[in-house]
Design a protein around this ligand. Structure first.
Ligand SMILES: *[C@@H]1O[C@H](CO)[C@@H](O)[C@H](O)[C@H]1NC(C)=O
Length: 432
């Protein structure tokens, strides 16, 4: 006979087994992301935030009287930023403002501080850009140094000397200061002490730092079938054909435990399956799990590696090609070499920034919003609302025709199952 103590021990063991079993089958894409990106490196200056899901209410493109306004790369261009908000008649009580990253750096320091203050104070939704990321990394480095023996003193001293010397080129001055300093080896390779990103990291408040830290690498909006990422997202692992079984868009996802997989029920389960399949794009395409990729991708090279250069095939072309092959779940698709234009999936759209050299880049299933404001070109916004999603070509129930129809087609872009609008502003006429 087992003793009471043995029974208690067994019960505890059984409880934990059940606990871990249930935890593993209810794992979300966020858990999986954490497991895949967990590394042993300390300190972790990058402090990445995993993909985040937005609800219909947080991305209200189907709500009467609401709008979603997505802004391209601002880079501290404070005057154009506010001029564009004015042009959009931005009203925080009915509009959701979202940015695609790189809100700071590259532009004027004071402008970056002003934009960051606005974003943090109003807790504006967005994703991290590669420049925001560099500022985060310098700030986490600064906090690490301040925690080391003598670190706070050294930093204080350095800033006092900097203030007194007021050099024209702080980066060059810093390099000289570091030549005989025992702190030099604490600076990661390639980082520029006292540069643009460092100065923002040093100047920002704790609340502003917390705001940047909370920005995820990717936002997913299942209700609108939208992803937002600064650099981009790949639809499939480029090392395999798009219709290879391991690609998430090439297989109907398995329903979670408890949901009956009845073909007749496909109509009812399709929204859930689409959500699962979209989430799988973020977790099962290995490149999308690499933070460097979602922050920096511009293209894919012939050897299937991701590049931030302009020499590869633009990733948005790959996205649009794969997505245009989506035929839905309800047909028996045989995935072979001969059916490469038929994938068991439904379309989803990526909204991104980062690719200033390509400018505003509107494709059927992707919208690139970086129109190079910091180079004196334009700042762009994508405007989404219920009217343009549901009935862009109707007025009071009647079809719009003739010249008015042509005008509406011209002033709108296809977006998802409906349409959207681009509103932009020149960045030349504003002094920063
Ligand atoms: C900012 O917004 C995020 C996401 O909506 C939310 O989780 C967070 O609590 C908010 N932070 C503050 C300080 O209100």
């Amino acid at each position: 006979m087992p003793t009471g103590r043995q029974i208690a021990a067994f019960s505890i063991l059984a409880f934990f087994c059940l606990y871990f079993f249930s935890a593993s089958i209810t794992a979300t894409s966020e858990d999986i992301w954490h497991r895949l990106t967990a590394t042993a490196h300390t300190p972790d200056f990058a402090r990445y935030s995993p993909p985040l899901t937005l609800s219909d209410a947080e991305f209200p493109i189907h709500d009467r009287g609401k709008r979603v306004l997505v802004l391209g790369d601002i880079h501290g261009m404070d005057a154009p930023f506010h001029a564009l908000l004015d042009k959009l008649s931005y009203d925080p009580s009915s509009d959701v403002l979202i940015h695609v990253g790189d809100i700071i750096a590259k532009g004027p320091h004071e402008g970056s501080m002003a934009v960051l203050s606005y974003m943090a104070t109003n807790n504006i939704t967005g994703v991290r850009g590669n420049h925001d990321q560099q500022v985060i990394e310098w700030r986490s480095w600064l906090e690490w140094i301040r925690g080391l023996d003598g670190g706070a003193h050294w930093l204080h001293d350095l800033h006092a000397k900097l203030h007194a010397a007021a050099p024209d080129d702080p980066e060059e001055w810093a390099a000289k200061q570091l030549r005989h300093s025992r702190w030099a080896h604490k600076i990661p390779d390639g980082w520029k002490l006292l540069g643009d990103h460092y100065r923002l990291a040093h100047a920002m408040s704790a609340a502003e730092y917390r705001y940047l830290l909370a920005l995820p690498l990717v936002l997913h909006v299942p209700s609108a079938h939208v992803f937002l990422a600064h650099g981009g997202v790949l639809p499939s692992d480029p090392r395999y054909k798009p219709y290879h079984r391991r690609q998430p868009l090439a297989r109907v996802p398995a329903l979670p435990h408890g949901a009956a997989h009845d073909k007749a029920d496909l109509g009812k389960t399709t929204p859930l399956l689409r959500r699962l399949q979209e989430a799988a794009v973020l977790t099962d395409v290995p490149q999308n799990v690499d933070p460097w990729v979602t922050l920096n991708i511009r293209g894919v090279l012939d050897d299937h590696s991701v590049t931030r250069g302009m020499d590869g095939e633009p990733w948005a072309d790959i996205w649009n090609r794969d997505i245009s092959s989506c035929q839905g779940f309800d047909q028996q698709l045989r995935l072979t070499e001969h059916s490469k234009n038929a994938l068991p999936c439904y379309p989803a759209t990526v909204i991104y920034g980062h690719a200033a050299a390509r400018g505003l880049d509107v494709k059927r299933w992707s919208v690139g919003l970086d129109s190079a404001c910091v180079k004196g070109r334009r700042l762009s916004a994508l405007v989404l609302d219920r009217k343009h999603q549901k009935s862009p070509f109707q007025e009071e129930g009647a079809e719009v025709e003739g010249a008015e129809l042509e005008a509406r087609k011209k002033t709108t872009i296809p977006f998802g199952e409906g349409r959207g609008r681009i509103v932009d502003i020149s960045c030349k006429s504003h002094d920063d």
